[in-house]
Design a protein around this ligand. Structure first.
Ligand code: GLA
Length: 396
Protein backbone atom coordinates (compact mmCIF):
# COMPACT_ATOMS: atom_id res chain seq x y z
CA UNK A 1 0.00 0.00 0.00
CA UNK A 2 2.86 2.38 0.80
CA UNK A 3 4.30 1.73 -2.64
CA UNK A 4 1.00 2.73 -4.22
CA UNK A 5 0.88 5.90 -2.14
CA UNK A 6 4.40 6.81 -3.19
CA UNK A 7 3.59 6.11 -6.84
CA UNK A 8 0.48 8.34 -6.84
CA UNK A 9 2.22 11.11 -4.94
CA UNK A 10 5.21 11.12 -7.32
CA UNK A 11 3.00 11.06 -10.39
CA UNK A 12 1.06 14.01 -8.98
CA UNK A 13 3.96 16.15 -7.82
CA UNK A 14 5.91 15.59 -11.06
CA UNK A 15 3.12 17.53 -12.76
CA UNK A 16 1.62 19.87 -10.21
CA UNK A 17 3.02 22.32 -7.68
CA UNK A 18 1.27 23.30 -4.47
CA UNK A 19 0.43 21.64 -1.21
CA UNK A 20 -0.87 18.11 -1.79
CA UNK A 21 -3.37 16.11 0.23
CA UNK A 22 -3.16 12.34 0.07
CA UNK A 23 -6.42 10.49 0.71
CA UNK A 24 -6.93 6.77 1.10
CA UNK A 25 -10.45 5.57 0.35
CA UNK A 26 -11.26 1.87 0.73
CA UNK A 27 -13.52 -0.61 -1.03
CA UNK A 28 -16.03 -2.57 1.03
CA UNK A 29 -17.38 -6.02 1.72
CA UNK A 30 -20.87 -6.79 2.96
CA UNK A 31 -21.16 -9.66 5.42
CA UNK A 32 -24.94 -9.91 5.20
CA UNK A 33 -27.92 -7.69 4.30
CA UNK A 34 -28.09 -7.60 0.50
CA UNK A 35 -30.55 -5.53 -1.53
CA UNK A 36 -31.93 -4.23 1.73
CA UNK A 37 -30.37 -0.73 1.73
CA UNK A 38 -32.72 0.82 -0.82
CA UNK A 39 -35.59 -0.84 1.06
CA UNK A 40 -34.65 1.12 4.21
CA UNK A 41 -33.49 -2.09 5.86
CA UNK A 42 -30.32 -3.32 7.62
CA UNK A 43 -26.90 -4.02 6.14
CA UNK A 44 -23.62 -5.24 7.68
CA UNK A 45 -20.75 -3.94 5.55
CA UNK A 46 -17.14 -3.06 6.38
CA UNK A 47 -14.31 -1.16 4.72
CA UNK A 48 -11.40 -3.31 3.53
CA UNK A 49 -7.66 -3.04 3.08
CA UNK A 50 -7.93 -2.48 -0.68
CA UNK A 51 -8.28 1.16 -1.58
CA UNK A 52 -8.00 4.05 -3.97
CA UNK A 53 -5.30 6.62 -3.25
CA UNK A 54 -5.96 10.20 -4.36
CA UNK A 55 -3.53 13.10 -4.47
CA UNK A 56 -5.28 16.48 -4.55
CA UNK A 57 -4.03 20.05 -4.78
CA UNK A 58 -5.51 23.44 -5.63
CA UNK A 59 -4.59 25.34 -8.79
CA UNK A 60 -5.08 28.96 -9.79
CA UNK A 61 -5.94 28.14 -13.44
CA UNK A 62 -9.66 27.67 -12.76
CA UNK A 63 -9.32 24.15 -14.17
CA UNK A 64 -10.17 20.70 -12.89
CA UNK A 65 -7.39 18.40 -14.14
CA UNK A 66 -7.82 14.69 -13.48
CA UNK A 67 -5.27 11.91 -13.93
CA UNK A 68 -5.99 8.21 -13.65
CA UNK A 69 -2.97 5.98 -13.03
CA UNK A 70 -4.77 2.82 -14.18
CA UNK A 71 -7.51 3.67 -16.67
CA UNK A 72 -7.73 4.94 -20.21
CA UNK A 73 -7.79 7.69 -21.22
CA UNK A 74 -5.42 8.71 -18.45
CA UNK A 75 -6.37 12.38 -18.49
CA UNK A 76 -9.47 14.58 -18.41
CA UNK A 77 -9.84 18.31 -17.86
CA UNK A 78 -12.63 20.85 -17.65
CA UNK A 79 -12.83 24.49 -16.61
CA UNK A 80 -14.63 25.10 -13.31
CA UNK A 81 -18.29 25.56 -14.28
CA UNK A 82 -21.59 26.43 -12.57
CA UNK A 83 -22.94 22.97 -13.37
CA UNK A 84 -21.60 19.94 -15.18
CA UNK A 85 -22.72 17.46 -17.82
CA UNK A 86 -21.55 13.88 -18.33
CA UNK A 87 -17.92 13.97 -19.35
CA UNK A 88 -17.82 11.16 -21.91
CA UNK A 89 -14.98 9.62 -19.85
CA UNK A 90 -16.47 6.95 -17.63
CA UNK A 91 -14.19 7.31 -14.59
CA UNK A 92 -14.24 11.11 -14.73
CA UNK A 93 -18.02 11.07 -14.22
CA UNK A 94 -17.55 9.74 -10.68
CA UNK A 95 -15.35 12.70 -9.80
CA UNK A 96 -17.18 15.47 -11.67
CA UNK A 97 -20.47 14.02 -10.34
CA UNK A 98 -19.23 14.70 -6.80
CA UNK A 99 -18.12 18.25 -7.71
CA UNK A 100 -21.56 18.85 -9.20
CA UNK A 101 -23.40 17.56 -6.13
CA UNK A 102 -21.17 19.58 -3.79
CA UNK A 103 -22.13 22.69 -5.77
CA UNK A 104 -25.83 21.86 -5.53
CA UNK A 105 -25.39 22.04 -1.74
CA UNK A 106 -23.61 25.41 -2.04
CA UNK A 107 -20.02 24.14 -1.74
CA UNK A 108 -18.04 25.52 -4.67
CA UNK A 109 -14.57 24.22 -5.43
CA UNK A 110 -12.01 26.34 -7.21
CA UNK A 111 -9.61 24.78 -9.69
CA UNK A 112 -7.91 21.60 -8.52
CA UNK A 113 -5.69 18.80 -9.75
CA UNK A 114 -6.26 15.16 -8.86
CA UNK A 115 -4.24 12.00 -9.49
CA UNK A 116 -5.57 8.63 -8.38
CA UNK A 117 -5.06 4.90 -8.62
CA UNK A 118 -5.67 1.85 -6.48
CA UNK A 119 -5.77 -1.88 -5.91
CA UNK A 120 -9.52 -2.53 -5.67
CA UNK A 121 -10.44 -4.96 -8.46
CA UNK A 122 -12.85 -3.10 -10.75
CA UNK A 123 -16.30 -4.55 -11.40
CA UNK A 124 -15.79 -7.30 -8.81
CA UNK A 125 -18.47 -5.95 -6.46
CA UNK A 126 -16.02 -4.33 -4.02
CA UNK A 127 -17.34 -0.82 -4.67
CA UNK A 128 -14.36 0.79 -6.33
CA UNK A 129 -16.73 3.47 -7.63
CA UNK A 130 -18.05 4.31 -4.14
CA UNK A 131 -14.43 4.46 -2.93
CA UNK A 132 -13.62 6.97 -5.64
CA UNK A 133 -16.73 9.10 -5.01
CA UNK A 134 -16.25 9.06 -1.23
CA UNK A 135 -12.52 9.78 -1.55
CA UNK A 136 -13.17 12.76 -3.82
CA UNK A 137 -15.92 14.16 -1.56
CA UNK A 138 -13.74 13.72 1.53
CA UNK A 139 -10.60 15.11 -0.13
CA UNK A 140 -12.30 18.16 -1.65
CA UNK A 141 -13.98 18.98 1.66
CA UNK A 142 -10.53 19.00 3.32
CA UNK A 143 -8.85 20.88 0.45
CA UNK A 144 -11.45 23.66 0.30
CA UNK A 145 -12.40 23.67 4.00
CA UNK A 146 -16.03 22.69 3.52
CA UNK A 147 -17.81 22.12 6.79
CA UNK A 148 -19.46 18.78 5.95
CA UNK A 149 -19.99 15.79 8.23
CA UNK A 150 -19.08 12.25 7.13
CA UNK A 151 -22.77 11.55 6.69
CA UNK A 152 -23.23 14.62 4.48
CA UNK A 153 -20.25 13.50 2.39
CA UNK A 154 -21.77 10.01 2.15
CA UNK A 155 -25.03 11.39 0.79
CA UNK A 156 -23.20 13.62 -1.72
CA UNK A 157 -21.18 10.61 -2.94
CA UNK A 158 -24.35 8.52 -3.29
CA UNK A 159 -26.14 11.31 -5.17
CA UNK A 160 -23.20 11.57 -7.58
CA UNK A 161 -23.77 7.91 -8.45
CA UNK A 162 -27.58 8.28 -8.64
CA UNK A 163 -27.78 11.55 -10.55
CA UNK A 164 -24.57 11.82 -12.53
CA UNK A 165 -23.45 8.26 -13.22
CA UNK A 166 -27.08 7.12 -13.38
CA UNK A 167 -27.07 4.05 -11.09
CA UNK A 168 -29.91 4.05 -8.55
CA UNK A 169 -27.77 2.45 -5.82
CA UNK A 170 -28.60 2.60 -2.11
CA UNK A 171 -26.36 4.18 0.51
CA UNK A 172 -24.47 1.11 1.77
CA UNK A 173 -21.31 1.29 -0.34
CA UNK A 174 -20.53 4.96 0.16
CA UNK A 175 -21.43 4.73 3.85
CA UNK A 176 -19.12 1.77 4.47
CA UNK A 177 -16.22 3.26 2.57
CA UNK A 178 -16.40 6.54 4.50
CA UNK A 179 -17.35 5.25 7.97
CA UNK A 180 -15.39 1.98 8.16
CA UNK A 181 -13.22 1.18 11.17
CA UNK A 182 -10.44 -1.33 11.53
CA UNK A 183 -11.68 -4.78 12.65
CA UNK A 184 -15.29 -3.59 12.92
CA UNK A 185 -18.38 -4.28 10.83
CA UNK A 186 -21.09 -1.65 10.60
CA UNK A 187 -24.70 -2.53 11.31
CA UNK A 188 -26.39 0.29 9.47
CA UNK A 189 -30.08 1.02 9.75
CA UNK A 190 -30.75 2.47 6.31
CA UNK A 191 -34.01 4.06 7.49
CA UNK A 192 -32.63 6.17 10.35
CA UNK A 193 -28.97 6.03 9.22
CA UNK A 194 -28.05 5.17 12.81
CA UNK A 195 -25.29 2.62 13.04
CA UNK A 196 -23.54 0.34 15.49
CA UNK A 197 -20.05 -1.11 15.18
CA UNK A 198 -19.52 -4.80 15.94
CA UNK A 199 -16.06 -6.30 16.58
CA UNK A 200 -14.97 -8.49 13.70
CA UNK A 201 -11.52 -9.90 14.26
CA UNK A 202 -10.57 -13.49 14.99
CA UNK A 203 -7.18 -15.19 14.89
CA UNK A 204 -8.69 -18.34 13.44
CA UNK A 205 -11.10 -16.99 10.81
CA UNK A 206 -10.47 -15.07 7.61
CA UNK A 207 -12.60 -13.33 5.02
CA UNK A 208 -12.00 -14.83 1.60
CA UNK A 209 -13.50 -13.40 -1.58
CA UNK A 210 -13.87 -15.73 -4.54
CA UNK A 211 -14.24 -13.89 -7.82
CA UNK A 212 -16.34 -15.41 -10.61
CA UNK A 213 -14.58 -13.01 -13.00
CA UNK A 214 -18.03 -12.43 -14.47
CA UNK A 215 -18.53 -8.68 -14.85
CA UNK A 216 -22.00 -7.17 -15.01
CA UNK A 217 -22.63 -3.53 -14.50
CA UNK A 218 -25.23 -2.40 -12.00
CA UNK A 219 -26.49 0.15 -14.49
CA UNK A 220 -28.00 -2.97 -16.06
CA UNK A 221 -31.76 -2.87 -15.84
CA UNK A 222 -32.15 -5.77 -13.36
CA UNK A 223 -31.11 -3.69 -10.34
CA UNK A 224 -33.67 -1.02 -11.12
CA UNK A 225 -36.32 -3.66 -11.85
CA UNK A 226 -35.80 -5.13 -8.34
CA UNK A 227 -36.24 -1.68 -6.86
CA UNK A 228 -39.49 -1.20 -8.74
CA UNK A 229 -40.84 -4.60 -7.71
CA UNK A 230 -40.23 -3.79 -4.06
CA UNK A 231 -41.92 -0.41 -4.50
CA UNK A 232 -44.88 -2.18 -6.10
CA UNK A 233 -45.25 -4.39 -3.02
CA UNK A 234 -45.05 -1.36 -0.73
CA UNK A 235 -47.68 0.52 -2.78
CA UNK A 236 -50.15 -2.37 -2.40
CA UNK A 237 -49.74 -2.55 1.38
CA UNK A 238 -49.71 1.24 1.68
CA UNK A 239 -53.30 1.34 0.38
CA UNK A 240 -54.53 -0.36 3.55
CA UNK A 241 -51.87 1.10 5.88
CA UNK A 242 -50.64 4.56 4.82
CA UNK A 243 -47.91 4.50 7.48
CA UNK A 244 -46.07 1.90 5.37
CA UNK A 245 -43.47 3.79 3.31
CA UNK A 246 -40.94 1.05 2.62
CA UNK A 247 -40.51 -2.70 3.13
CA UNK A 248 -38.86 -1.90 6.44
CA UNK A 249 -42.26 -0.81 7.77
CA UNK A 250 -43.92 -4.09 6.72
CA UNK A 251 -44.41 -7.04 9.10
CA UNK A 252 -44.45 -10.67 7.95
CA UNK A 253 -48.11 -10.82 8.94
CA UNK A 254 -48.96 -7.78 6.81
CA UNK A 255 -47.12 -9.21 3.84
CA UNK A 256 -48.95 -12.54 4.11
CA UNK A 257 -52.32 -10.85 4.36
CA UNK A 258 -51.63 -8.94 1.13
CA UNK A 259 -50.21 -11.93 -0.73
CA UNK A 260 -53.35 -12.47 -2.82
CA UNK A 261 -53.28 -8.91 -4.08
CA UNK A 262 -49.69 -9.20 -5.28
CA UNK A 263 -48.03 -10.64 -8.29
CA UNK A 264 -46.24 -13.85 -7.17
CA UNK A 265 -42.82 -12.47 -8.15
CA UNK A 266 -43.39 -9.21 -6.26
CA UNK A 267 -44.44 -11.22 -3.20
CA UNK A 268 -41.25 -13.30 -3.31
CA UNK A 269 -39.05 -10.22 -3.69
CA UNK A 270 -40.72 -8.62 -0.66
CA UNK A 271 -40.54 -11.77 1.45
CA UNK A 272 -36.84 -12.07 0.73
CA UNK A 273 -36.22 -8.48 1.93
CA UNK A 274 -38.16 -9.02 5.17
CA UNK A 275 -36.29 -12.26 5.82
CA UNK A 276 -32.92 -10.70 5.03
CA UNK A 277 -33.52 -7.85 7.49
CA UNK A 278 -34.28 -10.41 10.17
CA UNK A 279 -31.14 -12.36 9.25
CA UNK A 280 -28.94 -9.28 9.71
CA UNK A 281 -30.29 -8.73 13.20
CA UNK A 282 -29.90 -12.41 14.10
CA UNK A 283 -26.39 -12.52 12.65
CA UNK A 284 -25.35 -9.51 14.77
CA UNK A 285 -26.56 -11.23 17.92
CA UNK A 286 -24.49 -14.25 16.90
CA UNK A 287 -21.42 -12.05 16.47
CA UNK A 288 -21.76 -10.85 20.04
CA UNK A 289 -22.00 -14.47 21.18
CA UNK A 290 -18.94 -15.43 19.10
CA UNK A 291 -21.16 -17.89 17.26
CA UNK A 292 -19.42 -17.80 13.90
CA UNK A 293 -20.88 -21.14 12.84
CA UNK A 294 -24.38 -19.73 13.30
CA UNK A 295 -23.35 -16.53 11.54
CA UNK A 296 -22.08 -18.62 8.60
CA UNK A 297 -25.42 -20.43 8.32
CA UNK A 298 -27.17 -17.06 8.01
CA UNK A 299 -24.80 -16.23 5.15
CA UNK A 300 -25.81 -19.41 3.30
CA UNK A 301 -29.51 -18.65 3.87
CA UNK A 302 -28.96 -15.16 2.52
CA UNK A 303 -27.48 -16.67 -0.64
CA UNK A 304 -30.40 -19.06 -1.12
CA UNK A 305 -32.84 -16.17 -0.82
CA UNK A 306 -30.87 -14.09 -3.32
CA UNK A 307 -30.69 -17.07 -5.67
CA UNK A 308 -34.26 -18.38 -5.44
CA UNK A 309 -36.49 -15.49 -4.36
CA UNK A 310 -34.70 -12.30 -5.30
CA UNK A 311 -33.09 -13.91 -8.37
CA UNK A 312 -29.96 -11.80 -8.60
CA UNK A 313 -27.40 -14.60 -8.53
CA UNK A 314 -25.91 -16.34 -11.56
CA UNK A 315 -24.61 -19.82 -12.30
CA UNK A 316 -20.99 -18.94 -11.54
CA UNK A 317 -21.85 -17.44 -8.14
CA UNK A 318 -23.98 -20.47 -7.28
CA UNK A 319 -21.13 -22.80 -8.21
CA UNK A 320 -18.73 -20.92 -5.91
CA UNK A 321 -21.20 -21.20 -3.02
CA UNK A 322 -21.84 -24.88 -3.82
CA UNK A 323 -18.07 -25.48 -3.69
CA UNK A 324 -17.87 -23.73 -0.31
CA UNK A 325 -20.75 -25.78 1.14
CA UNK A 326 -18.71 -28.96 0.69
CA UNK A 327 -15.70 -27.72 2.64
CA UNK A 328 -15.64 -28.11 6.43
CA UNK A 329 -13.33 -25.14 6.91
CA UNK A 330 -15.85 -22.75 5.34
CA UNK A 331 -18.30 -21.44 7.93
CA UNK A 332 -20.48 -19.53 5.48
CA UNK A 333 -20.58 -18.18 1.94
CA UNK A 334 -22.85 -16.01 -0.17
CA UNK A 335 -22.88 -13.81 -3.23
CA UNK A 336 -22.07 -10.21 -2.40
CA UNK A 337 -23.27 -6.88 -3.77
CA UNK A 338 -25.68 -6.26 -6.62
CA UNK A 339 -25.26 -9.75 -8.09
CA UNK A 340 -25.13 -11.27 -11.60
CA UNK A 341 -21.36 -11.63 -11.25
CA UNK A 342 -18.54 -10.36 -9.04
CA UNK A 343 -17.50 -12.17 -5.86
CA UNK A 344 -18.75 -14.48 -3.16
CA UNK A 345 -17.77 -13.68 0.42
CA UNK A 346 -16.63 -16.64 2.53
CA UNK A 347 -15.79 -17.02 6.22
CA UNK A 348 -12.95 -19.52 6.35
CA UNK A 349 -11.00 -21.13 9.18
CA UNK A 350 -7.46 -19.83 8.88
CA UNK A 351 -5.76 -23.24 9.07
CA UNK A 352 -7.80 -24.52 6.10
CA UNK A 353 -7.35 -21.46 3.90
CA UNK A 354 -4.91 -22.92 1.38
CA UNK A 355 -6.86 -26.17 1.01
CA UNK A 356 -10.11 -24.26 0.71
CA UNK A 357 -8.74 -22.11 -2.11
CA UNK A 358 -7.43 -25.17 -3.93
CA UNK A 359 -10.73 -27.05 -3.62
CA UNK A 360 -12.88 -24.11 -4.72
CA UNK A 361 -10.56 -23.51 -7.66
CA UNK A 362 -10.78 -27.15 -8.78
CA UNK A 363 -14.57 -27.32 -8.41
CA UNK A 364 -15.12 -24.04 -10.26
CA UNK A 365 -12.80 -25.10 -13.06
CA UNK A 366 -14.51 -28.49 -13.40
CA UNK A 367 -17.95 -26.90 -13.64
CA UNK A 368 -17.19 -23.80 -15.73
CA UNK A 369 -13.85 -24.39 -17.43
CA UNK A 370 -12.75 -21.03 -15.96
CA UNK A 371 -10.35 -19.88 -13.26
CA UNK A 372 -11.77 -17.93 -10.31
CA UNK A 373 -9.85 -15.13 -8.58
CA UNK A 374 -9.15 -15.04 -4.82
CA UNK A 375 -8.65 -12.14 -2.41
CA UNK A 376 -8.04 -12.48 1.32
CA UNK A 377 -9.21 -9.22 2.83
CA UNK A 378 -8.78 -7.52 6.18
CA UNK A 379 -11.32 -5.16 7.66
CA UNK A 380 -9.72 -1.73 7.52
CA UNK A 381 -10.10 1.96 8.26
CA UNK A 382 -12.60 4.10 6.31
CA UNK A 383 -11.61 7.07 4.12
CA UNK A 384 -8.86 9.13 5.75
CA UNK A 385 -5.98 11.51 5.11
CA UNK A 386 -2.88 9.38 4.82
CA UNK A 387 -0.77 11.78 6.85
CA UNK A 388 -3.25 11.66 9.73
CA UNK A 389 -2.83 7.92 10.07
CA UNK A 390 0.77 7.39 9.11
CA UNK A 391 1.19 4.53 11.60
CA UNK A 392 -1.99 2.79 10.56
CA UNK A 393 -1.09 2.77 6.88
CA UNK A 394 2.36 1.36 7.58
CA UNK A 395 0.81 -1.91 8.59
CA UNK A 396 -1.69 -2.04 5.71
C1 GLA B 1 -24.88 -2.48 -4.92
C2 GLA B 1 -25.44 -1.12 -4.53
C3 GLA B 1 -25.75 -1.08 -3.03
C4 GLA B 1 -26.64 -2.26 -2.64
C5 GLA B 1 -26.07 -3.57 -3.18
C6 GLA B 1 -26.99 -4.73 -2.94
O1 GLA B 1 -23.66 -2.70 -4.30
O2 GLA B 1 -24.51 -0.10 -4.83
O3 GLA B 1 -26.37 0.15 -2.70
O4 GLA B 1 -27.95 -2.06 -3.06
O5 GLA B 1 -25.80 -3.49 -4.58
O6 GLA B 1 -27.08 -5.00 -1.58
Amino acid sequence: MQELQAKILTKHSDRYAGETLLVRSPGRVNLIGEHTDYNNGFVLPAAIDKAIILALSKNSDNLIRLNSADMEPGYFETPVLKSYKKTGVHWADYIIGVVDELQKDGFHTGGFDCTFGGDIPIGAGLSSSAALEGGVAFGLARLFDFDLSLLALTKIAQRAENNFVGVQCGIMDQFASLHGEKDRVIKLDCRSLDYELYPFQWDHTRVLLCDTKVRRTLAGSEYNIRRRQCEEGVAIINKSDPSVRSLRDVTFHQLESHKDKMDAVVYRRCRYVLEENQRVTDACTMLLENDLAGFGQKMYQSHYGLRDDYEVSCRELDILVEAAEQIDGVLGARMMGGGFGGCTINLVLDNTLEDTIRQIQTYYHEKTGKEPGFHIVQIGQGTHLVTELADDTKSS
